[in-house]
Design a protein around this ligand. Structure first.
Ligand code: WQD
Length: 340
């Protein structure tokens, strides 16, 4: 049984990926500093798969601790690297925290991966690297625009770091997955998104409003140049996204990669407006949502949705869930954690 390290494996996307790795027969080791996650997530993963992942609390900024970890786990076949800070707004206020936590740790994990028998890494990147792309849908060859936030910059620089290392370290094989908008939760409602404080993202704000935790949803902007005036995004079910990581990892382990650094857009290929997401929620929950229009949010792009042809053909992966499926799973999870 191949052993896979998942950094940040107790987080939203990480935990769903651990489940899919275990479902595929991999042995999973999680390291997480618990700064934005909870140990309870291990129980949720175990309840779903019947297998408890190995867990070690570890702050990856501590290079000594990371070296020690790899000395004890020198049989790792691949690493999926999620561990990073990811709040766009917070990154503007705390740039040094973001550069240290997202980039120093990437350098340390790359050094460690190069010391393994097989050096395979999947990097958690983001559609944020495209900024406001000129053409929809967005392909992997769309130009990388100047980052709109330190968070987005760490994803761009992270990809550059990996690309530069791959140029000189032939044994390193890397795939960057550029996520669009991950939403929803495992259909079992045993794991899901656990936003700390007031949610910045649309879908958890919707479900918390419906659950009575928030007064109402503010829709940021109603006069964008889009069919209904609200911004368009590519909302992908987190389980579909998790499965993309497993497929990408298998590609590297089987040496099926066409170059030692590849990027893939991971989305549904469908753009949905904020109002369409609200309508989807109202359909699946059979209740109306309290919302009002508010001023545009700084830094928001008008539209971003993926051209997924490369992932469909090279990875043999395609998102299977619809927006309604994802919104229903998000609502089921919210009701579960609020005992509704
Ligand atoms: C979606 C749409 C908002 C909240 C972010 C990160 C990106 C990625 C996904 C990590 C926008 C509108 C939102 C609200 C609203 N994260 N909105 N009211 O900004 O597309 O992407 O999360 O990789 O890097 O930037 O997601 O959910 O914040 O916003 O109207 O209360 O919903 O204006 O149009 P975003 P989001």
């Amino acid at each position: 049984m191949k052993k896979i390290l998942v950094t940040g494996g107790l987080g939203f996307i990480g935990s769903h990926t651990v489940v899919e790795l275990q479902n595929e027969g991999f042995e999973v080791v999680i390291i997480d500093d618990l700064s934005n996650s909870s140990l309870k997530v291990i129980d949720g993963i175990t309840a779903i798969t019947g297998k408890a992942p190995i867990f070690e609390k570890l702050d990856m900024k501590d290079q000594r601790a990371l070296i020690d970890f790899f000395q004890r786990h020198d049989d790792i076949s691949g690493v999926i690297h999620f561990a990073a800070s990811k709040a766009v707004g917070e990154s503007v206020q705390k740039p040094l925290h973001y550069y240290e936590n997202n980039l120093n740790t990437l350098v340390y994990i790359l050094k460690a991966v190069l010391g393994l028998q097989t050096s395979n890494i999947i990097f958690s990147s983001s559609c944020t690297v495209y900024g406001q792309a000129d053409k929809m849908p967005i392909t992997e060859s769309a130009p990388i625009k100047p980052a709109e936030s330190p968070y987005g910059n760490t994803k761009q620089i992270g990809e550059e770091i990996i690309k530069d290392v791959c140029k000189v370290e032939n044994e390193l094989k890397a795939i960057a997955l550029r996520y669009f908008n991950p939403i929803g939760a495992h259909t079992s409602a045993k794991i899901g998104e656990l936003p700390i404080g007031v949610p910045q993202n649309l879908v958890p704000f919707i479900t918390q409003t419906a659950a009575g935790l928030r007064e109402s949803l503010s829709v940021f902007g109603d006069d964008y140049p889009t069919p209904d005036g609200t911004c368009i995004r590519d909302y992908i079910h987190v389980v579909d996204l998790a499965k993309a990581h497993v497929v990408a990892l298998k590609r590297l382990i089987a040496n099926k990669n066409s170059s030692n650094f590849e990027t893939f857009n991971i989305g549904t290929g469908v753009g949905s407006s904020v109002l369409e997401v609200i309508q989807s929620f109202e359909r699946v929950s059979n209740q109306s949502l309290n919302y009002q229009f508010a001023p545009k949010r700084e830094g928001d792009v008008i539209s971003a949705y993926a051209d997924t042809h490369k992932a469909n053909s090279d990875l043999g992966w395609k998102a299977e869930s619809t927006l309604d499926d994802a919104m229903k799973s998000a609502w089921d999870w919210e009701k579960k954690i609020r005992n509704l």
